[in-house]
Write a protein that binds this ligand. Structure first.
Ligand SMILES: *Cc1c(COP(=O)(O)O)cnc(C)c1O
Length: 345
């Protein structure tokens, strides 16, 4: 079950969904019903699971579109049942177990009763059960292993009681690589399918064959030379200290670069500093080291130029967040172009 929430981690929801279906995905996972509906409207036939909250008022709509929802609490499951049954439909759900995340799901000790109770509800059919590990990207943490053992024991116990749903799943990307005993019937890989590392402690294995799918580029649209002492941009957060050529790139914070000072971009095969703050649609970069830079030159936000590169992990570090956040932040207005095949970046 590839995970394509958040606009497929910034890569573009419907195009990625279509490519994954063509690549043989049985299931696709999203976080919101709107995402599932958009995928359906794009003509994708895969099974769809909404991992997050959906208003029970939309249970019938989900049933009609063959979208599976997450049942994460007894009252919520009862509301889904009531809404679907009132429309004369059956909504399929996967039961969510809280293995220690502290988020959605019933506790392990309540799982059997939860499944028994749902089996009696009209308009509701449990076709799966899943959990989500909070420490999967810290595989060395002993608590992480305890969560895996807890889930294995639960599955075994439910099997013995005749309550095990047909599809059991637990692993996100990091867990799929680092907790091989917890694969059950399928894994839910998000970050890995985009060729990105789950974390520094749980990187993609070198033999995974996964490569970064995304490159983010802009261009230099203007170049000017300024004397020493010239303020640059809003609030003059940078002032030239010598004669300096400065280029304007057509990318700004509304495209998804954080609105902060200290950003950097790749121009002419070199990492160059953004001068001053980010503007909404543009930013200014120093061309001190790049006397040959010309208007129209490529500017890379994420990707490679020759030997140099800026990875989503680098932006994550610079922005005090992670690579997930860096790619999910690329906003909808940035045009996405798709190239199929093993092009690398
Ligand atoms: C986002 C998410 C995933 C995917 O996680 P990755 O670390 O990107 O592989 C899997 N399961 C659930 C419940 C999620 O919310």
């Amino acid at each position: 079950m590839p995970i394509i929430k958040a606009n497929a981690y910034g890569h573009g929801l419907t195009e990625v969904a279509r490519a994954l279906e063509a690549g043989g995905a049985d299931w696709l996972g999203v976080a919101r019903i709107e995402e599932a509906l958009a995928v359906r409207q794009a003509g994708v036939g895969c099974n769809l699971l909404v991992l997050g909250y959906v208003s029970p008022l939309r249970a019938a709509e989900a049933a009609a579109e063959r979208i599976t929802l997450t049942a994460f609490a007894p009252d919520q499951a009862a509301e889904l049942s009531a809404q679907a049954a009132a429309a004369g439909l059956t909504v399929t759900v996967h039961a969510k177990i809280d293995i220690g995340m502290g988020r959605l799901g019933v506790f392990v000790q309540d799982a059997a009763a939860f499944l028994r109770r749902m089996a009696e509800l009209p308009g509701l059919k449990v076709t799966g059960m899943f959990t989500h590990f909070p420490l999967s990207d810290e595989p060395e943490n002993p608590l992480a292993l305890r969560h895996v053992e807890r889930m294995l024991a639960l599955e075994q116990s439910l099997r013995e009681q005749g309550l095990r749903p047909p599809l059991v799943h637990a692993c996100n990307s990091a867990a799929a690589f680092y907790f091989p005993t917890a694969h059950f019937d399928m894994v839910r890989s998000g970050i890995a399918i985009y060729g990105l590392n789950p974390s520094d402690e749980a990187p993609l294995p070198p033999d995974s064959g996964l490569i970064r799918a995304l490159t983010w580029k802009s261009r230099l649209v203007s170049i000017k030379e300024f004397p020493a002492g010239q303020g640059i941009g809003y609030n003059y957060r940078y002032t030239t200290t010598q004669t300096e050529r400065i280029g304007t790139a057509a990318v700004g914070y509304c495209d998804g670069i954080r609105r902060r000072t200290g950003n950097f971009l790749l121009v002419g095969g070199k990492i160059v500093p953004v001068r001053g703050g980010m503007c909404m649609d543009q930013c200014m970069v120093s061309l001190l080291d790049l006397p040959d830079a010309r208007v129209g030159d490529e500017v890379v936000v994420i990707g490679r130029q020759g030997e140099a590169q800026i990875a989503p992990e680098d932006l994550g570090r610079a922005w005090n967040t992670n690579n997930y956040d860096a790619v999910c932040s690329i906003t909808a207005r940035v045009p996405r172009l798709y190239f199929y095949g093993n092009h690398g970046d």
